[in-house]
Write a protein that binds this ligand. Structure first.
Ligand code: ARE
Ligand code: CA
Length: 493
């Protein structure tokens, strides 16, 4: 999707507030000016056009808060997209996971009203940021019955005006639930944790789902995360997606399980997939420090263009299958590696601190309160419920990724637990996986001569920190972090 996302964005780019980062715009880091021409960078090329690539999952953020984040942070820093939590009506309750128990397809939830949703999409688009909705279409609720947050009364397999018992699968396991992930039929026709399983092969059910997704498209969303895609035959997902207007981004959630009969590759016909194995492999590499290996990590045979990479998501930070904010500098290093390598479309994560796996975010009368980001902490000692806005830490790197685009690694240098490489002649990144020692290599680089700033810590470059001269640059990198140079983050004096 990397390349495609960039192309799809062109329309928005032309219209939107991302113009300040276009070449030659006033105030843009690295914009050539008269003074630059007079100094050593006279021969330097023009700053390159940014191609937005990095996205962020903002878990359990309400629509108003996402609108504000798009305007203030994501748009100005060249983020490509934001991934939402589910928008449809769901069961009542304090837990975060009520979002994943649909009761109707009305766009009214603890995260906001339909009007707020629409306003959020508009704000994000105005900032040049695409909006990916989380589509829960495999199932409805898991509880016996009740009233949804928008007032819809339901029972486990009866949703008035939408689905009746005949629209749900029955299943031969004693519990009616999936008990064996080696059995394709169970995975797709039994209930996932008691969630009423829709007959997604039936025309009527498909029509309702297509109606729900089409409604979200009419509110402007640019694509969908397909929740629990593994639990629907790939052909069903393809048929549903194929019935949608336009060419929305589709990212299927299919967790790679070793030896399982259903794998992410099966869903590439419907669109893209999340690269779970990438996250797990990076989590394996980081503690040992052998960061060079990150350059070779792939998710099975999922091609780069169809892989959405991430370091953690809301499930894996709870079941600890990946690194999380609780892993402090290791988590930081993992995020840096994901952003540094050219494989996949990187998806950062913003959520909240927790000790109880089920604990949701603060609500007032069933409505989630606005996000207030905690001050970033390197010791991860957040109070449960505090918003952890790590994604903001990578604002400079989101711009770095937008600048280097698809350029391949070059001039790869490695020593001990450190690795450095160019991305074409547009950027350079040096990463230090040693937890105690700094590195200070003199690197060979394709970057043009000039004074550069570090995109790991800066979004603007009033004065250069690293000097590239005649294809060489000396960089200093503290333990467990990186230095990132790009042609768009050069000193303007
Ligand atoms: C909650 C309660 C349950 C209760 C249920 C029904 O926790 O005890 O039975 O409600 O009342 C989320 C939460 C669940 C929650 C559910 C509904 O995580 O705890 O259940 O919402 O409220 C599999 C799927 C994968 C799925 C994971 C969780 O393949 O698709 O399980 N991930 C998505 C979302 C989740 C969400 C759902 C799906 C449901 O990201 O957040 O659940 O919409 C191996 C397999 C994997 C398997 C994994 C875990 O690794 O390879 O395929 O993932 O084990 O079982
Ligand atoms: Ca199913």
């Amino acid at each position: 999707m990397r390349r495609v996302l960039g192309l799809l964005l062109t329309g928005i780019l032309a219209l939107s507030a991302c113009a300040p980062s276009a070449p030659g715009a006033p105030g843009t880091p690295g914009t050539p000016s008269a003074t630059v021409a007079e100094t050593t960078t006279a021969a330097a090329p023009e700053p390159v056009q940014m191609t937005r690539q990095v996205g962020v999952q903002l878990f359990q953020w309400n629509w108003n808060s996402i609108a504000r984040e798009c305007t203030d942070v994501l748009g100005p820093n060249q983020f490509a997209f934001v991934l939402l939590s589910p928008a449809q009506e769901h069961i009542q309750g304090e837990q975060w996971w009520t979002s994943y128990q649909p009761v109707s397809y009305r766009i009214e939830s603890k995260l906001g009203t339909r009007a707020e949703f629409q306003a959020m999409v508009e704000a994000c688009h105005a900032a040049g940021v695409k909006v990916i909705a989380d589509a829960v279409i495999n199932h409805m609720a898991g509880i016996d019955g009740g009233t949804g947050v928008a007032g819809t009364a339901f029972t486990h397999k009866d949703y008035p005006g939408l689905y009746t018992e005949a629209d749900f699968n029955t299943c031969a396991t004693p519990s009616g639930n999936i008990e064996n992930y080696m059995d394709q039929q169970q995975i797709q026709e039994c209930q996932l944790s008691g969630l009423a399983d829709l007959r997604t092969g039936e025309p009527y059910v498909r029509e309702q789902i297509v109606g729900y997704l089409t409604d979200l498209l009419s509110l402007g969303v640019d694509g969908f995360r397909i929740d629990a895609a593994k639990h629907m035959p790939a052909a069903d997902v393809e048929a549903i997606v194929g019935a949608l207007d336009g060419d929305p981004i589709i990212i299927s959630e299919v967790i790679r399980g070793s030896g399982e009969p259903i794998q992410p590759e099966d869903y590439l016909g419907a669109g893209d997939v999340f690269a779970f194995q990438f996250a797990k492999d990076i989590a394996g590499i980081v503690p040992g420090g052998a960061v060079r290996r990150a350059l070779d990590v792939r998710d099975g045979s999922v091609p780069s263009e169809q892989a959405f990479t991430f370091i953690t998501n809301h499930d894996t930070e709870r079941n600890r299958q990946t690194l999380t904010y609780k892993d402090k500098d290791k988590y930081h290093l993992a995020n840096l590696l994901m952003l540094a390598v050219p494989y996949g479309t990187p998806t950062l994560y913003g959520g909240y601190a927790f000790t109880d796996r089920d604990a949701g975010v603060p609500q007032v009368d069933g409505v989630v309160s606005d996000v207030e980001c905690a001050e970033p902490r390197t010791d991860a000692k957040y109070e449960p419920g505090q918003w952890v806005c790590d994604h903001r830490t990578y604002a400079g790197l989101a711009q770095w990724v937008a600048a280097v685009g698809d350029a391949e690694p070059a001039n790869v240098w490695q020593e001990g637990y450190a690795v450095a490489f160019d991305r074409g002649d547009l950027g350079l990144l040096a990463i230090n996986g040693n937890s105690t020692k700094s590195i200070e290599p003199v690197l060979t680089t394709n970057l043009p001569d000039g004074l550069y700033c570090d995109a790991v810590v800066a979004t603007e470059c009033p004065e250069g920190q690293f000097e590239v001269k005649d294809g060489k640059v000396k960089v200093t990198v503290e333990p467990m972090t990186a230095a990132a140079l790009s042609v768009n983050l050069r000193a303007t004096r």
